[in-house]
Every structure is written in structure tokens, then in C-alpha cells.
Design a protein around this ligand. Structure first.
Ligand code: S3P
Length: 454
């Protein structure tokens, strides 16, 4: 399957995006740890989250899926049964790493497998702390890679200083900590997404945060509650870039997650000159609301340091914005991109170059010289959903036709991407007047970005 993309005129659209991937995984896993039924709505029907659902069912969790986007998880206080066969985590790093934390505490053996991409990705990062807590984890792959065998058992709380900022590792240790004796503390070198901490709190287990350390006490029961998943800002990022980089474009995305540990992409687009506004409408649990954006002339920026974990998944889309901006954009401190669904630094550099963009590649990032005419090209997706979608957006700006090959991977995180692309291109998704224009913003505006009036 491939996408064929022609150059597009300006965009005028009002959209929503599917449920957040990180939060959908956690809603199933943490729901299974509660003491009763949890109705989860706006659940992402992406392949990654379906892999989590299938794995949890194999562990004996009763999960109903009455309709698309609605899931009922019957929590049984974290009591699981040994699966009859391997847990296939597909393409999903979040499934294998977060689940490792839960499985480390179970009194049985499990074996986790994955697709070719996941089978290349590093697992030492969860093996290390979970082994310190008392579990036995054995990677059968040559370089601490899948298949991963976990012999779970009684755990002891630890204090773990993470060598890299990683929400997946932090979450694995905190989830294991719920089953461990005493206190488990994770110290982060830089803040990573805090969905696990927020969701624990939502389910009435309070993690304790002290500066860069977050702790949980073992032996607590999560209280079942219904949960609505906000739209995924990582999916929104593709449309934000498509609108931001074109004068005359206008886009409004509603019901989107605005958790401050995920909104780095908005800060970067503002720095690049985007005319953007963020309106937080719901603050309980996971903040969510509206993003409004108007096209402008973008210019290059510098992205590095603590900002990186906050926008790591949006770098493919940001790189496309950088190619469309005037001047240079430098991204450093992002070596984690080398071990995502593909080596995203190499994939971005190769596809941008094929479109005529000058890119210097570093071990931990790249420098993109923007402003050149984009040429259409036949581009591989590298089997990576975010590479496929980012270069689809690049194709909207290219002079000749662009073909993105092997786009089945898009279903990993955004199964309705193509439908939305058609809608956006047809001009049928015309925005209503913005809340500000309707004069109804009032008290609902809790946070807007400075200097970005529409
Ligand atoms: C995720 C955390 C991030 C991110 C991944 C999802 C999560 O990975 O890149 O797509 O749901 O916790 P790391 O925690 O490894 O940085």
C-alpha cells in the first residue's frame, strides 16, 4: 500500500484526532490493576494499543470492546494468570516495556515477542532496574533484544537513577513498584511524559514527586473509574505543520491532549514563527482542549536539552517544518531517535535529501537547511508510522508528485490518517469561527501561548 500525494493549496479545516496512544496503553494496563470495571472512551484503535489489549486478555483480564473507541476493562486488583503462549507486542515499545513492570511481579513466567523492528530495540533499560527489584529477565536476542523472558516474583522497592529520560522505563519501574515492598523511587535526568503518574493519581494512588524524583509505595489498590482518552497531540502534529507552514492556512484541532509534558511541539512551532494558540478546556487528569493555528512564514530554530523528551515523537513532523522554514534548524541531544521504530535520524535525513533538502547528520541529531524548493520523490516509510505521515505532509508542499511506500504502518498510531488527509485536502472541513472570534472564550482560557495572537 502507498500514498500518492500532489501539491496542495492552503488548508482550512477543523478536526479532531484519534485518542492518545500513550494514554490508551496505560488506560488498559492501569484499568486492569483497579478493583472493578473501568469504561474507557476515545480509546485509540491503533495496532499498538490493540497489541496491549490482546496481551492483557491473554493474561486473563476480562476486556469488552463493544464498539470502536469504547473498551470496558474489568480490573481484578492486578491478579493475572499465566498466558498459554507468548505475548506478541507487535511494533509497540510501550507494550513491552510497561508490561515488563507488571510482569516482573507475577508469580509465573512470560515470554514477550515483537515484529522485526521491535526485535531490534534495546531492552536493557528495563531489564536493569527490574532485575534490581528482584525479578529475573532474560533477553534471548543477541543485544539485549526480544524475545524477553520474565520470571516474576516478590519485588523490593529501589531508588533508580535513570541514565536516560524515558517515560517507558519510568513507568515500568513505577508499575513494578506498586507490587513491591516499601517505596520505589525513579529519578529522571530530564522530565518525560507523566501520563502514568497522572493516571495513578486519577485511580486514587498518589505518587509522590520531589523535584526530579517520583515515588510510589507498594501494596496500594487502584480504584476503578471511567476514563476518557484525549486526542493525541502526536497525531495532531502532522496537521499543525501542514497548516503552520503555509500562509493563508487555518486549522483548529479540538479535544486534543495538552499535557505540558507533551506540548513541546507547540513551543517549537511558535519559536519558528507559527501563529498558534492553545486553549486548555479540561484540566482534571489529563489536560485537553483546542489548538488553533494560522499559516505563517516559518524560520529555523535550535532544539535540544530538556526539551527533547517533550517532543521526541514529533521530531519527524518538526523536521518537515524545518525544511519548509527559512534558515537552519538544529536538533541535538536526540540520540534516542536512533532506537525508535526505525533509526529516525537516518530516515529523516535520507527522505529530506531525496526531496532536495540539505541535511547534516550527527550521532544525536541533525541540521536541516530550510527554504529550498521541495521536489516530489518516491520515499520509503522505513516501516515507521511517523516517518510515513511526516513525509506525506512534506508531499503536500512538493512541486512534483510524492509517493510514500509501505504505509500500512500508519495504522500503528493513526488508522484514520488517510481519511483525514482526504478531508483536509477537499476543503470540506471548514473551521467554524474560533472561540475568540465567537467571543465565548472567557473563563475557559486557562493557558495561551504568549505572542501568538491569531
Ligand atoms: C512513550 C514514551 C516515549 C515515546 C513513545 C511512547 C510512552 O518513549 O517515544 O512513543 O508511552 O511512554 P521513551 O519513554 O522511551 O522515551
Amino acid at each position: 500500500m502507498h500514498f500518492k500525494i500532489a501539491k496542495s493549496s492552503t488548508i482550512a479545516a477543523e478536526l479532531t484526532v484519534p485518542g492518545d496512544k500513550s494514554i490508551s496503553h496505560r488506560a488498559i494496563m492501569l484499568g486492569a490493576l483497579t478493583n472493578g470495571p473501568c469504561v474507557i472512551t476515545n480509546f485509540l484503535e491503533g495496532e499498538d494499543c490493540l497489541a496491549t489489549m490482546a496481551a492483557m486478555r491473554k493474561l486473563g483480564v476480562r476486556i469488552e470492546h463493544p464498539e470502536a473507541g469504547a473498551v470496558v476493562v474489568h480490573g481484578a486488583k492486578g491478579r493475572f494468570t499465566q498466558p498459554a503462549s507468548d505475548l506478541n507486542c507487535g511494533n509497540s515499545g510501550t507494550t513491552v516495556r510497561l508490561l515488563s513492570g507488571i510482569l516482573a511481579a507475577q508469580p509465573f513466567r512470560t515470554r514477550m515477542t515483537g515484529d522485526a523492528s521491535l526485535s531490534q530495540r534495546p531492552m536493557r533499560r528495563v531489564i536493569e532496574p527490574l532485575t534490581q527489584m528482584g525479578a529475573r529477565l532474560t533477553a534471548e536476542g543477541a543485544r539485549d533484544t526480544l524475545p524477553l523472558i520474565i520470571d516474576g516474583g516478590p519485588l523490593t522497592g529501589i531508588r533508580y537513577e535513570m541514565p536516560h529520560a524515558s517515560a517507558q522505563v519510568k513507568s515500568a519501574v513505577l508499575l513494578a513498584g506498586l507490587f513491591a515492598s516499601g517505596k520505589t523511587t525513579v529519578v529522571e535526568p530530564a522530565p518525560s511524559r507523566d501520563h502514568t503518574e497522572r493516571m495513578l493519581e486519577y485511580f486514587q494512588v498518589r505518587p509522590v514527586r520531589q523535584g526530579s524524583a517520583v515515588s510510589v509505595y507498594g501494596g496500594q489498590t487502584l480504584e476503578s473509574r471511567d476514563f476518557k482518552v484525549p486526542g493525541d497531540i502526536s497525531s495532531a502534529a502532522f496537521w499543525l505543520v501542514a497548516a503552520a507552514a503555509q500562509r493563508g492556512s487555518r486549522l483548529r484541532i479540538g479535544n486534543v491532549g495538552l499535557n505540558p509534558t507533551r506540548t513541546g511541539v507547540l513551543a517549537v512551532l511558535v519559536r519558528m514563527g507559527a501563529r498558534l494558540r492553545e486553549i486548555v478546556e479540561t484540566a482534571e487528569g489529563e489536560p485537553s482542549g483546542v489548538i488553533e493555528i494560522k499559516g505563517a512564514t516559518l524560520h529555523g530554530t535550535m532544539i535540544d536539552g530538556d526539551e527533547i523528551p517533550n517532543l521526541i515523537d514529533e521530531i519527524p513532523a518538526i523536521a518537515v517544518a524545518a525544511a519548509l522554514a527559512s534558515g537552519k534548524t538544529t536538533i541535538r541531544g536526540a540520540s534516542e531517535l536512533r532506537v525508535k521504530e526505525t533509526d529516525r535520524i537516518a530516515a529523516i535525513a535520507s527522505n529530506l535529501r531525496a526531496m532536495g533538502v540539505a541535511v547534516a547528520e550527527f550521532d544525536d541529531g541533525m541540521e536541516i537547511t530550510g527554504g529550498a524548493r521541495l521536489h516530489g520523490a518516491r520515499l520509503p516509510s522505513f516501516g515507521d508510522h511517523r516517518i510515513a505521515m511526516a513525509f506525506t505532509i512534506a508531499g503536500l508542499f512538493a512541486d512534483e508528485e510524492t509517493i510514500i511506500e509501505d504505509v500500512a504502518c500508519v495504522a500503528t498510531s493513526y488508522p484514520t490518517f488517510e481519511e483525514t488527509l482526504r478531508l483536509v485536502r477537499s476543503g470540506k472541513a471548514i473551521p467554524r469561527k474560533s472561540a475568540a472570534e465567537r467571543g465565548t472564550v472567557g473563563a475557559s482560557v486557562r493557558r495561551t501561548r504568549a505572542g501568538t495572537s491569531l
